[in-house]
Design a protein around this ligand. Structure first.
Ligand SMILES: Nc1ncnc2c1ncn2[C@@H]1O[C@H](COP(=O)(O)OP(=O)(O)OP(=O)(O)O)[C@@H](O)[C@H]1O
Length: 636
């Protein structure tokens, strides 16, 4: 044996080991799932090499996983006849963590009180063996003829040793786990068997414990639907995803023409909390005639359907297809587009027949699904599957489709209206929405920032343009009648004379505000509030402007029109003041205050100092008036 060289584990490995060894106890058994899964990956890689014609050491060895128990030295050994590792590979693979998102993962585990579920669902890999091992010895012989066998050993504390072995080893990897005293339960054959049945039953290579085959090796996705029980589907799903709950949906399709493929797909009940931090971890497993070609293939489904898990297997792809050229393969692309349509059609059926089920789906996976606004090929199907909250919904949790909205549009209504804001309450108390409420026109409430990007990208639904209430055309609204005549209760009109004064007041207000606004005009849309800011017809909505300004600091806020409600009490009072003295200081202060309040309503008030000092001044004055007034009342 050559002398062993010592290496230190990378910092993040040490952190992971520390968490695994000290904070987890209940999920220790998954170490076996992880070792078997690595063995199975190594066998898949070997099979892949053989099918593409590479020369391998010991080609006669069967592809299998064997587990042996040694009660004397209190160890178990997991061996495979897979691809193996050479010196460089073992040093790198079993000393670092290559995965993206590891940092976040470690943080999540450290922050969580019960890490069992997180660990259980996330493949933590080889290092989990140190939950049960006081020492681990890995011997490996790579499939390449020129490579020498190697040995790796560690107690998982801070360092590991690697040496070249002079022993003649067969191809593959053996992992000897010397168990800690409190982990001796894993020396029992029945215990190992039950773990394998629970977590590794669908591994597609035979697993032997003490020479007895334990797992059922079958490609369940290739079998006829009628022969598979619900329990088998659920078991397979849990095996595939490490989810502890059964899936919400199971889609099992067998297509023969024009291209043959089988797909077994699942939609999880809960959204995957790792999706955003571990974006690489989605995709379907691609098989060709039951041989795994690629784990987590990202091209069979677009990213916005990344919540779908499962397997696709085709007879029509060549076994020696290379992963790199998959995307250029015509058959592969046809399979991919058919898999995508299968999922979209399934969702459409579900939306039609199971409203509650679809709403649950939307709550969990809607956030990811919405990103599909870039899928132009499936635009129509995508649009029908979208859901939004609306002013007609009972609360912020209810959602409706655009089809429903269109089905209950009012007579003469030509547009679909939407409003955006930080939450539903803010949207419903936005002055812009008053006329819509008054006329009984439904408004989509967009409070997820992505919603407005979606709406902007789709532009219209059927023949109806999607329009922000901020940009709604007052004339178009005039043509839409209110539900009840009484709600349009006529406010006392301004006299002819007052109308003239009102026009002059507006001109004065424009002069006061100067360049801050494009114009000051009488409002046709306000019912209660005194004033609001309006973009000029097709300008951007304030939310879109904010999004754009976040990405490009150069963009200046666009100038808006200030609309004044002549029926509002404050405006009427202001008109009285104006009639007495058109240069009264109060007109200037109230005009400015109205402008700042409108900015505030739109979330656009960047410098609140002037606004608050004026507001304080008015509160102070009105409280003095109030004291005077109540004193007077008491005296009388
Ligand atoms: N039995 C084995 N045969 C060959 N290579 C192995 C074996 N076990 C581990 N490896 C190598 O070590 C690497 C690290 O393994 P580890 O289990 O830590 O992570 P992983 O398998 O990449 O990811 P996962 O967390 O999904 O298991 C593997 O990617 C593989 O290259």
């Amino acid at each position: 044996m050559h002398t062993a060289k010592k290496y230190k584990f990378k910092a993040e490995v040490k952190k992971l080991l520390d968490i695994l060894v000290h904070s987890l106890y209940t999920s220790r058994e998954i170490f076996l799932r992880e070792l078997i899964s690595n063995a199975s990956d190594a066998l898949d890689k070997l099979r892949f090499e053989t099918t593409r014609g590479s020369e391998v050491v010991n080609p006669e060895l069967p592809l299998e996983i064997r587990i042996t128990i040694n009660k004397e030295d209190k160890s178990i050994t997991v061996s495979d006849t897979g691809i193996g590792m050479n010196y460089v590979e073992i040093t790198k693979n079993l000393g670092t963590i290559a995965k993206s998102g590891t940092e976040e993962f470690l943080k999540m585990v450290a922050d969580s009180k019960d890490a069992t579920n997180i660990i259980g669902r996330f493949g933590i890999g080889f290092y989990s063996v140190f939950m049960v091992a006081k020492e681990v010895i890995v011997t490996s012989r790579s499939y390449r003829k020129e490579d020498q066998p190697v040995e790796w050993r560690s107690d998982g504390l801070g360092q590991y040793e690697v040496s070249v072995s002079e022993k003649e080893l067969p191809r593959g990897t053996s992992i000897k786990v010397l168990l800690k005293e409190d982990a001796e339960e894993f020396l029992e054959k029945w215990r190992l068997e039950s773990i394998i049945k629970k977590h590794s039953n669908f591994i597609s290579f035979p697993i032997f414990v003490e020479n007895e085959k334990i797992n059922t090796v079958s490609a369940i996705w290739k079998e006829p639907k009628s022969s598979i029980t619900k329990e088998q589907y659920e078991e397979f799903y849990k095996f595939l995803t490490h989810d502890t709950e059964p899936p919400a949906d199971i889609i099992h399709k067998s297509i023969d023409a024009p291209i043959q493929f089988n797909a077994l797909l699942f939609i999880p009940k809960k959204s995957d909390e790792f999706f955003w931090i571990d974006r690489d971890n989605y995709g379907l497993d691609l098989y060709v005639r039951k041989v795994l070609i690629q784990h987590k293939n990202k091209d069979l489904l677009p990213e916005y359907l990344g919540f779908v898990k499962g397997v696709v297997d085709s007879e029509d792809l060549p076994l020696n297809i290379s992963r790199e050229t998959l995307q250029e393969n015509v058959i592969f692309n046809k399979i991919a587009s058919s898999v995508t349509s299968t999922v979209l059609s399934y969702l459409a059926e579900k939306a039609k027949n199971d409203r509650q089920g679809y709403e649950n789906f939307w709550k969990e996976h809607g956030k990811i699904f919405k990103l599909g606004y870039v899928d132009f090929g499936n635009r129509e199907k995508y649009i029908e599957l979208l859901r939004f909250n609306s002013s007609f919904c009972k609360d912020e949790t209810e959602v409706i489709s655009l089809e429903e909205y269109a089905g209950r549009m009012k007579e003469n209504q030509k547009d679909i209206y939407y409003a955006s804001g930080p939450n539903r309450e803010a949207i419903l108390s936005n002055p812009h929405i008053e006329i819509f409420k008054n006329k009984g026109i439904e408004v989509l409430c967009l409070f997820d920032p992505v919603d407005e990007l979606v709406i902007n990208s789709i532009g219209k639904y059927k023949d109806y343009p999607l329009k922000s209430i901020e940009n709604a055309d007052a004339k178009a609204l005039e043509n839409i009648k209110s539900d009840e005549k009484e709600s349009e209760e006529k406010k006392e009109e301004l006299s002819k004379d007052d109308k003239k004064h009102f026009s002059s007041l507006l001109a004065k207000m424009k002069k006061i505000l100067g360049d801050k606004v494009e114009d000051v005009v009488e409002s046709q849309r306000l019912v209660e509030s005194p004033a609001c800011l309006v973009s000029t017809s097709d300008g951007l909505t304030s939310t879109m402007e904010k999004i754009l300004r976040m990405t490009n600091k150069e963009i200046q806020p666009s100038k808006k029109r200030l609309e004044i409600n002549p029926n509002n009490k404050l405006i009427r009072n202001l008109l009285e003041v104006f009639k007495k003295d058109s240069n009264d200081e109060v007109i200037k202060e109230v005009t400015e205050q109205l402008y700042y309040i409108s900015l505030l309503n739109d979330g656009e008030l960047t410098d609140p100092h002037y606004f608050t000092s004026l507001a304080n001044k008015y509160l102070e004055e009105s409280s003095s008036w109030y004291i005077d007034y109540s004193n007077k009342g008491n005296n009388e």
